[in-house]
Design a protein around this ligand. Sequence first.
Ligand code: GDP
Length: 633
Amino acid sequence: MKVLGSLSEAMYTIGTAGHVDHGKSTLIKALTGIDPDRLPEEKAREMTIDLGFAWLRLPSSREVSIVDVPGHEGFIHNMLAGVAGIDLALLVVAADEGVMAQTREHVAILDLLELSHGVVAITKKDLVDEETLELVRLEVEELLAGTSLAGSPVVVCSAATGEGLPELVDALERELAQTPPRRDIGRPRLPIDRVFTLPGLGTVVTGTLTDGSLEVGEEVEVVPGGLRARIRGIHSHGRAVERAMPGRRTALNLPGLEVEAIERGMVVTRPNWLVPTTAVDVRLRVVPYLRRPLRHNMGVIFHAGTARVSGRLILLDRDEARAGEEAWAQLRLSRPVAVVRGDRYILRDPNDTLGGGTIVDVHAPRHRRFHLPTLVRLERLASGPPQQRVLELMGPHGHITWGELIAQVAMAEMEARQVVEGLIALGQVVALPPQGLEADTMLATSQALERWWRVAAEALGHYHRQWPLRRGMPREELRSRLHLPPKAFSALISLWEGEGKVRLTGEAVALSSHRPQLVGEQRRQADLFLEALRQRPYAPPSAGALDPELLSYLEEEGLIVRVAPDVAFAREAYQEMVDKVVAALQVQGRITLAQVRDMLGTSRKYAQALLEHMDRCHITMRVGDERVLRRRD
Ligand code: GDP
């Protein structure tokens, strides 16, 4: 048989669904030869770290993971493991009992998760006659009608006799061929469903990997909690592998971690991007057969990934949500969970599944109920075109870093890059700095730019009024007013400089209209001081008595050179002195302080201040008691 490489590379996970005792485990064992019910401890003794899950190599050579955990809670966890949960549902209905309560609930959950690929196995055919089989078949079709699984192929079989099993494998194969492979968006997450230790290995966690791949040796973080570890080994389908691929059942050996510190519901991922949350905004759909409505503020159990947390349901657009209805809601959770936008969730109470849907926003603020702008924003986040989703993520302030955007947007990095580049080309978004998107690149809407400019223009205007003689505000001061990280701030003021809004001189930022100017009394004082400098150019009066603002102004304007706190020379005088010292050094090679003093006809104080300044300017250099010229390379 010819096997296409791409077929065997795409990874899929099949999850079983159906009422207890309807024959799920027996069917999996008959299909795979692996008994999924065997106790984890029993397998542990064989020193394998891939526990309790089966896998199947289909005739096309496609290998699929099969998740079949007895018990109701386990079912929900596995439905939800990963963003898209399982890829395909194998709904098992016993021919002798037909559709039962859990069959109905599982189908409702699959529908809430919008799982659209499924195969129905009506098993235990050996126990019933043809007529009963037909009735069960009708019952199943009726159950699936109107759900995401409507029209799924139905195969009648028996695990006891083996009848219908080849047809079941064919049906799985055909459905999988139509199932899009898991997306690899370069952001691996492994929601932990089991954690245990093995002798000689240490802590092992298992789960279904989603959204990206993980490699042996890679550093990972466990969220919530933020514990770090390095992956020492990966097992998948009973084999040690170097790299775990999205869509696969995966076991990670994380020897550095204490098993007690890890629990089901936590997520293993790359460090530093996934921030757990206790409030999420969601689109909620109520299961269609629920007898009583969901009420605002009621207590619920929230399931997402493998996490299970109690919380409160805040209905944002109504007081009650009835069977089959859809609503906007916020869930306030009793403990943090590691989820991202676009993840699916289920709400239950201790007995029943109540509803579920998609997480639309994480780290959600408290909202006013029945508040139209909030509802419009949620609508856009949930179903707007990609550009709109990106703009919404930029929030009311209209800015976000590229790193934050990637962590929060439910899109592959490539796709997000295209969307952002499109917005930049349209002039709706500006990247600061504009070259290349890096984690700390700030993306800002034109509104955010306008707002920053208003803040900056006001702060600068105020500064210029307060310090009219200064060239401008220190950059750092303006940056802290704008609350911007250094790189984005530099890019922003360069942008403003290019637009002629500001002038940059050294560390000072000024409105381009700003001209430091002397007026009235200041001008008179400055003139007097400059005149006094001219009178005694090499031994001027102390600068210490002059207003420091005025002194700085004269210095910035290049009228004086300050060589020490209280010693300033007129610029021309300073230049003459420097030229004389340099000329002397060129002739004699070295010069003492006393020689400079005498040559300039000044006092030791001025000669020393001058020479120290020349040293600082790297014109001269001190050697013992003498100065020499610094060699210029
Ligand atoms: P699960 O709870 O859905 O996993 O159900 P199990 O696989 O544990 O099966 C429940 C019971 O049904 C067991 O006693 C099985 O031996 C029996 N069983 C499963 N499949 C068949 C079948 O095809 N024919 C018959 N006669 N019995 C079956």
